[in-house]
Ligand binder design. Structure first.
Ligand code: DGY
Length: 328
């Protein structure tokens, strides 16, 4: 009998086509919102395989109830919504979709950097409000990026592309901080490894590209912002949980830092009355890092390939808990 795959949202059709062609029985949940936990469990109990999204909370109690699942293939590079330790305890492989969205996400970080440095969103709002009256020699001045220092927090795939963009377009000096040094990216981008405090002290633009983990949760708080330059711009396209939003608002209001560009917020979605949305030196986007046709198609393809490869060869392509393969 065919294995049953539950896809928890409508995603690019290539995933369903590939899975059906490989002999799987595919059900795509048709709702235009994330499934509730009860809906997810009810449907997952009928399936062998879950193709999940970041908006599905797969915690330990989910895995306790759905321990029959043979693999979870996530349509996202981030997997902080999944209790991977719990999945591993139940010997369930968990896969993600790295690389295919790196260019798209780095573009959003780069775009936010330019946007904030020239207060573009704010200036656009002035036109909408009918406040563009004349040439203003002294109002709403931004700053130029050429020769500035960009600090990358998390020089992985996306961070490296951001570093390339900054160096190529503006000759920016690139520094970075990681848990481990990334020698390949250092060679390619001329990035210099520095400790965390140096990253904070020297960056004109500080761009976050790390995963959300116990170590990074709430890391960018009042204390950390106070170590940054008063002229610095904080960019986060990774996960909103990496910064403390109340502290960020305060740091911007007090002039502890100069500006911020966010594609991820804490919490998501951001409410329309959030004070960040009214600040001239702030640009906020609704988590669109991977929202290109190319990236979303690549994510759907890789999410399907992980499932197909697992059943055909015993090994998914991009697995986050490879240790489970040894138990099988
Ligand atoms: C990812 O892939 O992790 C993006 O943030 C979309 O969820």
């Amino acid at each position: 009998m065919s294995k049953k795959v539950l896809v928890t949202r409508i995603i690019p059709g290539i995933a369903e086509d590939m899975l059906k062609q490989a002999g799987f029985d595919v059900t795509v949940w048709q709702g235009d919102r994330a499934m509730t936990k009860d809906e997810l469990i009810e449907h997952a109990l009928q399936a062998n395989i879950l193709l999940s999204l970041g908006s599905n909370k797969l915690d330990r109690s989910f895995f306790e109830t759905c321990k029959h699942l043979e693999i979870v293939s996530q349509f996202a590079v981030g997997f902080d919504n999944i209790d991977v330790a719990a999945a591993t305890d139940y010997k369930i492989p968990v896969c993600n979709t790295p690389d295919v969205l790196s260019e798209a996400t780095a573009d959003v970080a780069f775009g936010l950097m330019i946007n904030v440095s020239r207060k573009m969103f704010y200036n656009h709002k002035l036109i909408l409000r009918g406040e563009w009256k004349q040439f203003e020699p002294l109002k709403n001045l931004g700053f130029e990026l050429s020769g500035k220092t960009v600090g990358i927090f998390g020089l992985g795939r996306i961070g490296s592309i951001m570093a390339h963009r900054c160096k190529g377009a503006y000759g920016m000096n690139v520094i970075y901080h990681n848990r481990n040094r990334n020698i390949e990216a250092e060679t390619e981008t001329g990035a210099r490894y520095v400790d965390f405090d140096t990253l904070l002290r020297e960056s004109d633009i500080l761009s976050v590209h790390s995963a959300l983990t116990d170590e990074t949760k709430g890391l960018f708080n009042k204390h950390v912002f106070s170590k940054m330059k008063r002229t610095a711009v904080f960019i986060n396209t990774a996960r909103g949980g990496v910064h403390n939003e109340t502290d960020l608002i305060e740091a911007l209001q007090n002039g502890t830092i100069w500006g911020a560009g966010l594609d991820v917020t804490n919490p998501e979605p951001m409410q329309a009355n959030n004070p960040l949305l009214e600040m001239p030196n702030v640009a906020v986007l609704p988590h669109i890092g991977s929202a290109t046709i190319e990236a979303r198609t690549g994510m759907a393809r890789l999410a399907a390939e992980n499932i197909i490869s697992y059943f055909q060869t015993g090994k998914p392509i991009t697995i986050v808990n490879p240790e489970v393969l040894h138990y099988k």
